[in-house]
Write a protein that binds this ligand. Structure first.
Ligand code: ADP
Ligand code: MG
Length: 235
């Protein structure tokens, strides 16, 4: 319902960079138990929307709500504390900390402080072997993406925002990622994925929003919406 504690929602967002309108009345809901995807060509405004939801950018107009609460003016770290976690398109792990230490930082920044969360999350992402004790610096991209995901998950988020989670992953790693994200949604988490890889979106998403030029131009299940996008972009 409208007061659901774990629905993240954007309404009528408008963002301008100087004279350029990057978001022009964008709204969407990120409900629990679902993977919601945002796709669209480069420059469409996907990352700008992502930043508004995560709290790293304030819209000029519009509202971001989390459950019954207006979080439009709440900075990113405060949203994380409420249960809105994110990963970064540019990987953002602490290079000198070990894998396990990186995940512990995530646990401390999150919604719940659960001493078992670090171990559970390391296991979930296959990071509980010897790799746990290695510094993050120098680890392969596929491993770092898992560290990032683990860091975001260790705080027990209600909502997980992922900007280009498949970037730099090979086919097997993308398949493993899809399995994990589906399991999280099946467990009741709300997931938002901004993604270039339309095969992954088709496999993963329950609802897809197509953005072009700062607006959402189509919304629906991937089977319907991605055909439209294919025609629009010549895919
Ligand atoms: P996407 O993630 O869909 O590729 P972005 O949200 O990154 O799109 O960018 C949307 C548009 O806004 C692009 O035209 C981009 O060049 C512009 N833009 C993004 N960030 C800035 C910024 N900080 N200053 C000026 N223009 C920006
Ligand atoms: Mg982007």
């Amino acid at each position: 319902g409208p007061g659901d504690v774990s629905v993240l929602e954007a309404r009528a967002l408008r963002v301008r960079y100087g004279g350029f309108i990057a978001l022009d009345g964008v709204g969407l809901r990120v409900p629990p138990g679902r993977v919601t995807a945002v796709v669209g060509p480069n420059g469409a405004g996907k990352s700008t929307l992502f930043h508004c939801l995560a709290g790293t950018l304030r819209p000029e107009r519009g509202v971001v709500r989390f459950g019954a609460r207006d979080v439009t003016r709440l900075p990113a770290h405060a949203r994380t504390r409420l249960g809105v976690a994110r990963t970064f398109q540019q990987l953002a792990v602490f290079p000198t900390l070990t894998v396990a230490e990186n995940v512990r930082v995530g646990a401390e920044q999150g919604r719940v402080s659960d001493p078992g969360a670090v171990e559970r999350t390391l296991r979930l992402l296959g990071l509980d072997g010897p790799v746990r004790a290695l510094p993050a610096a120098g680890l392969p991209t596929g491993t770092l993406r898992r560290v990032e995901l683990a860091r975001a998950l260790a705080g027990g988020p209600r909502v997980l925002l992922l900007d280009e989670p498949a970037a730099g992953l090979d086919t097997a790693e993308v398949a493993a990622l899809a399995r994990i994200l589906k399991a999280l949604a099946a467990d009741g988490m709300a997931l938002l994925v901004v993604e270039h890889d339309l095969d992954l979106v088709a496999d993963l998403a329950d609802v897809v929003h197509v953005m072009t030029a700062g607006r959402i131009v189509a919304t629906g299940p991937p089977g319907h919406v991605l055909d439209t996008l294919g025609e629009a972009t010549g895919r």
